[in-house]
Design a protein around this ligand. Structure first.
Ligand code: FA5
Ligand code: MG
Length: 440
């Protein structure tokens, strides 16, 4: 339906993605300037690689970026330490990761279905496009961080429908606390079981058979962390959707957290999963460094939240470069209440209109809104957008000139260039009369 609205972007010149055959007949692939050997695991396609440089979550006017900013603002304002945000934000980490990062570091079993070639985009048998942002958790813990957000694009061989796309965006987070922080008001309480020795964590029998907690933790620590985790995430969802949002917690299993949950919100007459979360497995913390802390982690899908927040009916629209879509999110305050208005599925026609202003007007005194109104008066509903394209002062004659792009689109049918040209001519005539300009 929205096929013509979607431009998935081709290759940008400095982003090379080409299959080549190096000497000795070893096939290689180039991703973001780096060369990788290919093997029988390789299943990334040029099409999928073309998404790598899109960075929708960082594009100022994309709905995903608006939601990202709101989430970051929520964590910045909710958690401060001596006036500074407690969370650091990583939104520029490379999506090319190792199997160790994406799976092994997170205790994902070797035979776990999420590792299958049918589910992931492998570069080769040791490297893949990250399937979740949690792939960076261990390296950031190892770097000594305790509270952080990881934001970026993730890649999964998944179905394509209105809520699934093979490339989507996640915000992942870790919040860790030491005993003095967690039990600030109850100094007698402990994070770890009395027989657990944090300096020798693997000597203790590790088990997740108790649904309430990991064997090394005390029930008080696990319960307090669970309460904080749910409270913080529900606070986020309420900050986004308002306090009335209908939600439910569902027990889940993730290899890297225990206990684990998913949060669902009621949207469009059904329950929609928006995030997964849980208490980080202590083995991960112990392997990566901090051995005296307990942490929670979560991962949420930016597309799902943006769709619900702005009433965007199809996940593919996030990738649209159609100005009818983009302009609805342009120059908006991040907290603005925006309700997406469906864009016609019929193609746009863009015609430019340039004119010299009369001596009585300059490029700074001409009133754009007057021009916009006139264009709409003459063109009617087929005018989708009008935007200023160029302002120019002739160096010799000192005459002032303006150029506007007028975007035409009919909501019910395809406009022909001939009929658009006719309307455009009428607009030229009307503008000439109304503002005493001369068409260039
Ligand atoms: C994960 O990816 C876990 N890494 C999340 C996590 C992190 C759990 C840390 C515990 C601790 P899951 O596969 O459920 O979990 O994806 C998380 C969220 O991403 C989902 O809730 C959903 O909002 C979004 N998501 C998943 N698959 C897709 C898809 N194909 N298209 C769009 N959004 C998706
Ligand atoms: Mg899930």
């Amino acid at each position: 339906m929205t096929r013509i609205l979607i431009r998935t972007g081709g290759f940008i010149p400095n982003f090379k993605c080409k299959y080549s055959t190096a000497p000795k007949s070893v096939a290689t692939i180039q991703i973001a300037g780096k060369e990788y050997l290919t093997d029988n695991y390789t299943n990334v396609t040029p099409k999928i690689l073309s998404y790598l440089n899109r960075n929708l979550h960082l594009r100022k006017d994309n709905p995903l970026s608006l939601v990202r900013q709101r989430i970051v603002n929520y964590f910045y304002s909710s958690f401060t330490h001596r006036g500074n945000p407690s969370f650091s934000v990583y939104d520029n980490l490379s999506p090319v990761v190792s199997i160790k990062q994406n799976f092994d570091d997170l205790l994902i079993p070797v035979d776990h279905p999420s590792r299958a070639k049918s589910d992931c985009y492998y570069v080769n048998n040791s490297t893949l496009l990250r399937a979740h942002m949690t792939a960076h958790q261990s390296e950031l813990l190892r770097a000594g961080l305790d509270n952080f957000l990881m934001i970026g694009d993730v890649y999964r061989r998944d179905e394509i429908d209105s809520t699934h796309f093979p490339v989507f965006h996640q915000v992942d987070a870790v919040r860790s606390q030491r005993k003095e922080q967690l039990f600030e008001n109850h100094p007698g309480l402990e994070i770890f079981d009395p027989t657990f020795d944090p300096s020798n964590p693997f000597a203790f029998p590790i088990s997740i058979s108790d649904p309430a907690k990991q064997s090394c933790h005390t029930l008080e620590a696990a319960k307090l962390m669970e309460a904080q985790l749910k409270n913080h995430l529900l606070g986020l969802v309420k900050a986004l959707f308002g306090t009335e949002i209908k939600h439910r917690w569902v027990d889940e299993y993730f290899p890297f957290t225990h206990p684990s949950w998913e949060l669902e919100i009621f949207y469009d007459n059904k329950w929609m999963e928006v995030l997964g979360c849980g208490i980080v497995r202590n083995e991960i913390l112990a392997n990566a460094g901090p051995n005296n802390s307990i942490a929670y982690a979560f991962g949420l899908g930016l597309e799902r939240l943006a769709m619900a927040l702005y009433k965007i009916p199809d996940i593919r629209l996030m990738w649209s470069e159609d100005s009818g879509f983009v302009s609805q999110f342009q120059n908006k305050n991040v907290n603005a209440k925006i309700t997406y208005k469906p864009v016609s599925i019929y193609p746009q026609c863009t015609n430019d209109l340039s004119f010299w202003l009369p001596p009585s007007l300059t490029i700074d005194t001409f009133v754009h809104n007057d021009f916009y109104d006139l264009v709409r008066d003459v063109g009617g509903d087929i005018i989708e957008q009008v935007r200023i394209k160029d302002k120019f002062v002739h160096p010799k004659s000192k005459k002032h000139s303006l150029c506007y792009s007028i975007i035409y689109r009919h909501l019910e049918r395809t406009l022909t260039q001939v009929e658009v040209n006719e309307v455009h001519k009428d607009i030229e005539k009307a503008v000439t009369t109304a503002f005493n300009v001369s068409i260039r």
